[in-house]
Design a protein around this ligand. Structure first.
Ligand SMILES: [Fe+2]
Ligand SMILES: [Fe+2]
Length: 360
């Protein structure tokens, strides 16, 4: 259907069917190459909506006061175990954030074709940079030797194994992968599942839980607050990757075989085993007043939520959340009243610009 616009003595024919063809050519993979990066017309509305939510949650490390944390770090009331947890958190995440960001920029964002998917993945990668920056801010505020934190990542076997588990699903997936081949589509789907659901969705939660339990006891309030902001971001990242995974499967039903589904569940099983091993090896759970059994059950509970979210069989049917306070602190979905100060200000500013928020 062609519509003619007359401007002065010139005529501009605009063909709606061409726009519709462009829309139809938008795909998670193997779609029209998006050299011109045209978001219009939007096809993956969820990606744009999440981009908006993520942008409204913007924060910067320097927004957070660290005086109290510095006093506690230099004082005597903090135990050796508690210091270890903070160093572990900084050591693990400073490298893990980089691995996630690198995989987005050099694997997933390169391979997807729809521009709105690239848009939200760009924001996702940027948030990993903010998280990495926040760890640098913590280290420099407390005066921790950065080499010690880096060494942790290289030398502690249970961390090395967690690292190998994720990079195994990323290294052979760099550019120019032929995504018309079934095996390669499955490699990409596996990568998206591993990074979103196993790593960010499950393996981040052992340390998150430890640091938030210190925060709950008023220890290291600045660090705890940064981790809460980070967690709020992570819950959006898990959702970005879950949606991406679901749409990839929907558009490529050939990859969704019973065998492949079983393989994904096995991968999650491995992720859980590695996380529990890491908790037993490195995290003095009892020192923060938690029971090791309950803490491990929490990992089972979280992992099942991730599996169910991707339409996969759960591993522990009926498992209850043994640490409801932790879930409450972690599953922050009502952003508006929860955060104070600048973060809320960013949200207000963005709400003023976009008056039709409710329609999106
Ligand atoms: Fe992150
Ligand atoms: Fe993340």
């Amino acid at each position: 259907m062609e519509k003619i616009y007359k401007i002065g003595n010139r005529e501009f024919p605009l063909d709606q069917s061409k726009a519709e063809a462009a829309y139809a050519a938008k795909k998670v993979i193997n779609g029209r190459q998006s050299m011109t990066f045209n978001l219009l017309p939007l096809k993956y509305q969820w990606a744009y909506d999440l981009y908006r939510t993520m942008k409204a949650n913007h924060w910067e490390p320097e927004d957070i006061q660290m005086q109290k944390d510095v006093e506690q770090w230099r004082g005597h009331e903090i135990s050796q175990n508690e210091r270890w947890i903070i160093m572990m958190g900084i050591g693990y995440f400073s490298a893990a954030e980089g691995i996630v960001g690198d995989n987005i920029q050099h694997v997933v964002r390169e391979l997807v074709t729809a521009p709105e998917l690239k848009l939200v993945l760009g924001r996702h990668a940027h948030e990993e940079n903010i998280h990495a920056d926040s760890l640098l801010y913590m280290i420099s505020s407390l005066g921790i030797n950065p080499h010690e934190c880096e060494a942790m990542f290289e030398q502690i076997p249970t961390i090395v194994r967690k690292n190998e588990f994720v990079t195994r699903h990323s290294n052979n997936l760099r550019r120019d992968l032929d995504l018309t081949k079934l095996e390669n589509k499955q490699l990409l789907a596996k990568n998206i599942f591993v990074f979103g659901q196993c790593m960010e969705g499950t393996q981040f939660y052992g340390l998150f839980g430890m640091i938030l339990s210190l925060y709950r006891q008023n220890k290291f309030p600045g660090i705890g607050q940064m981790f809460r902001y980070t967690l709020r971001d992570e819950s959006n990242h898990i959702e970005v990757f879950r949606n991406l995974f679901m749409d990839l499967v929907e558009e490529n039903p050939d990859l969704w075989t019973a065998e492949f589904r079983e393989e994904l569940v096995q991968i999650m099983r491995e992720a859980i085993a590695l996380e529990k091993e890491f908790i037993r090896d490195c995290l003095p759970v009892n020192a923060v007043g938690l029971s090791a059994g309950e803490f491990e059950r929490y990992i089972d509970y979280i992992a099942d939520r991730r599996l169910a979210g991707c339409g996969l069989q759960v591993l522990n049917p009926g498992v209850q959340n043994p640490l409801p306070w932790l879930a409450e602190m972690m599953d922050v979905r009502k952003e508006q009243n929860f955060f104070e100060g600048k973060v809320t200000d960013y949200q207000k500013a963005s709400a003023l610009v976009h008056t039709s928020d409710d329609d999106l």
